[in-house]
Design a binder for this molecule. Structure first.
Ligand code: NAI
Ligand code: MG
Length: 358
């Protein structure tokens, strides 16, 4: 069956990096039997400029029709003074919530060739390969009640609510167990069960789910300890599952262990396995249009798309292997350069991956 892929390039370096990722999809379709149909839609500042809305109706409709979305990046100084609902970011947030993308997958992989880029010692991070599964549509960012007011004593107050129901925990938990099963077979659930009632429910549900996954080893860790362990000995982790708030912070921490923002992909999945795939980085307005952006985060997002939506893990492996091989050859975009390597443009880097896949 033909899978429909919607490309949403967005702003800044978005179009440049998406162009290279599309070349990768094209070669997989042409040479490796990947059955896809590509379409493109406006999002972000580009959509504000042409349609007055960061997520126009026809873009949202196309996104709903698609099996997978390849998303570049949105935003930039040009739109910073717009009212909130006209800002590029609100297009991305609406897309996530309209599509019910509750599972955010954030791998932190450090290619051994780039171990120099990390701020940690090489022996602590070389070969790092962890996956953080963050709940994305619930928890304290969406819990009610939330608001601001005044106390009886006339002092200002504000509140948010961290709330999860059982079904929300089960669906993210199942996804995480399945991902852990396909990786190293170890899942660490991160919570604050010593203090929070909502964490106690989270922990109970994870323990109940574990009986259905006897081949996955489940452990629990308090979030404060997890933050310490991530920078002390990150390689102890395989797959981590956690709430929206804790996952927001821990996934950025883990990502930075790699030191290379231009190398980090992500996926956000719905219940049916459809999903949106995007680099972790933003629109990089400081380098946009210069042809120097690293396209590998976006190309590695294509690998995640192949694995998690298109069910072509074989091709995902091929793309990831090609990235390693190109790094082995010493090819580097400017952001991951060191003294012994050869500088490549966005297009040269994409071309090198395409050549490897031929
Ligand atoms: P950024 O990630 O765009 O850039 C941070 C730094 O990393 C910059 O120096 C940039 O040149 C560099 N960088 C980023 N991606 C790179 C790549 N592929 N290759 C080489 N270098 C790269 O974050 P920043 O500067 O905070 O935000 C810029 C704009 O992007 C803002 O408007 C922000 O709102 C938006 N943004 C959008 C996101 C998204 O679309 N999901 C996520 C984060 C920020
Ligand atoms: Mg964040």
């Amino acid at each position: 069956m033909t899978s429909r892929i919607l490309v949403m390039p967005g702003d800044g370096v978005g179009p440049e990096i998406c162009r290279e990722a599309v070349r990768v999809l094209d070669v997989l379709a042409h040479d490796h039997g990947l059955d896809i149909e590509l379409d493109e839609a406006l999002v972000g500042g580009a959509a504000v400029d042409s349609a007055g809305d960061p997520l126009p109706e026809d873009s949202l409709a196309a996104a709903r029709e698609a099996d997978a979305i390849l998303f570049g990046a949105i935003g930039g100084p040009k739109w910073d003074s717009q009212p909130r609902d006209k800002r590029p970011e609100s297009g991305l947030l609406r897309l996530r919530s309209e599509l019910g993308l509750f599972a955010n997958l954030r791998p932190a992989i450090l290619y051994s060739q780039l171990a120099h880029a990390s701020s940690l010692k090489k022996e602590i991070v070389a070969g790092l390969d962890i996956m953080i599964v963050r709940e994305l549509t619930g928890g304290i960012y969406f819990g009610k009640p939330a608001g601001q007011g005044t106390t009886d004593a006339g002092r200002r107050e504000a509140w948010n609510t961290m709330r999860y129901d059982e079904d929300e925990i089960v669906r993210i938990g199942r996804r995480a167990f399945e991902i852990a099963r396909a990786r190293g077979g170890r899942l660490c659930s991160v919570d604050k069960a010593n203090v929070l009632d909502v964490s106690q429910l989270w922990r109970d549900v994870m323990n109940e789910l574990a009986t259905a996954y006897p081949d996955v080893e489940l452990s629990h860790m308090y979030v404060d300890n997890a933050a310490m362990q991530l920078v002390r000995a990150p390689k102890q982790f395989d797959t981590i599952v956690t709430t929206n708030l804790f996952g927001d912070i821990l996934s950025d921490t883990a990502a930075m262990l790699t030191g290379s923002i231009g190398m980090l992909p992500s996926a956000s999945l719905d219940a049916a396995g459809c999903g949106m795939y995007e680099p972790v980085h933003g629109s990089a307005p400081d380098i946009a249009g210069q042809g120097v952006a690293n396209p590998l985060a976006t190309i590695l997002s294509v690998a995640m798309m192949l694995r998690y939506t298109l069910e072509r893990g074989d091709l995902a492996d091929k793309v990831e292997t090609a990235v390693g091989a190109v790094l082995d050859r010493g090819l580097r975009t400017r952001d991951i350069m060191d003294d012994e390597t050869q500088v490549a443009s966005t297009q040269e880097m994409g071309g090198a991956i395409v050549d490897m896949l031929r």
